[in-house]
Design a protein around this ligand. Structure first.
Ligand code: NAD
Length: 305
């Protein structure tokens, strides 16, 4: 079975390449322009890295030819990055998704899984987040992810491409980098704590997130590929937990065995105050996936650093 993972050298993509190998996929192509991903993430996997841009139609078509499924993870992630350059986010995340869907259609690939984001809920305050709530993006990144899932679902309805559009919530775990301006909160906290530096907290730390361990996300994605899972609507990929940043820090202190200092900073533009998934649709599609709990995932992340 050939599977193409766009963004396969990135954090979630490289974890997925490992999960696909465990699930028996023998021909995995990681298609990645290495803009934020790194080739070393694929060390120890049998995935073949192809350096290419999802906007490069010819190269993309050549690689997806003969694939049973495409998992489209390539994107310019991060809210602050999209505020700095909204058009670049649109090009890669929205136009890039159209290129992937068109390459799939041209080459007869009839199963495409795409990565959307909990950020699409944005200013809609209702908790937990259900897929039928009105999306209210508050950043260009969120708008581009809404475009990602909308295009995928439109291709299913217009052209019969089987799609699964998953809204990832805050994913964390091994291979997630810390040392750059747009890093996610868990690696930033773990990295600072390991260095004995204060943990940068935007706002008072009461904001909540539905943290999802990357091993759980990779397990869902691998099962989606193996089971050719499709759905006629977006699907939250998180399990309905709600953890504040202060609680997260307390858990890290417990794992590390010592207290950590905090450095409170201004709230960031585009950040949403609270996030928690309704996981009903996910559980109906993936009844066998048992999520790794937060403490176990944090321990694995601390060990990886
Ligand atoms: P990542 O930056 O590690 O992975 C993205 C990968 O895409 C990188 O390897 C990058 O080099 C590659 N890429 C970027 N532009 C490309 C292009 N034009 N052509 C080919 N490859 C390109 O980020 P991640 O956290 O692994 O995110 C994977 C996907 O999940 C993204 O679509 C992201 O929007 C989505 N997502 C992630 C989270 C999270 O918490 N990590 C939350 C919501 C959604």
């Amino acid at each position: 079975m050939k599977v193409v993972v766009t963004g396969g050298a990135g954090f979630i993509g490289a974890n997925l390449c490992r999960a696909l190998a465990r699930a028996g996929a023998t021909d995995v192509v990681a298609y990645d322009d290495l803009s934020t991903g790194v080739a070393e993430n694929l060390d120890g996997t049998s995935a073949r890295l192809v350096r290419g841009d999802v906007l490069d139609e010819e190269s993309l078509r050549a690689e997806v030819a003969g694939a049973a499924s495409i998992v489209h993870l390539a994107a310019r992630p991060s809210v602050p990055r999209s505020l700095a350059d909204p058009e670049a986010s649109h090009r890669v995340n929205a136009s890039g998704t159209v290129r992937v869907l068109e390459a799939a259609r041209a080459e007869g690939v009839d199963h495409v899984v795409v990565a959307s984001s909990s950020s699409v809920y944005g200013a809609n305050p209702t908790l937990p987040k259900r897929e039928d709530q009105v999306p209210m993006p508050v950043s260009p990144y969120a708008a581009s992810k809404l475009a990602t899932e909308s295009y995928a679902l439109a291709w299913q309805r217009s052209f019969g491409t089987g799609v699964l559009a998953l809204r990832f919530f805050n994913v964390f775990g091994p291979l997630q980098p810390a040392g750059h301006a747009y890093a996610a909160v868990v690696p930033v906290f773990v990295d600072a704590a390991r260095r004995g530096a204060p943990l940068p907290v935007h706002g008072d730390g009461s904001q909540t997130r539905d943290f999802t361990y990357v091993g759980t996300v990779a397990a869902v994605l691998a099962e989606a590929v193996v089971g050719r899972v499709c759905h006629d609507g977006p699907v939250n990929l998180a399990f309905g937990t709600r953890t504040s940043l202060l609680d997260l820090i307390g858990r890290l202190e417990g794992i590390l065995g010592h207290p950590v200092a905090r450095d409170h900073q201004p709230v960031r533009a585009g950040d949403v105050p609270h996030s928690q998934a309704d996981s009903g649709v996910l559980r109906s599609l993936f009844a066998d996936v048992e999520p790794v709990d937060l403490d176990a995932g944090l321990r694995a992340t601390v060990d990886w650093f």
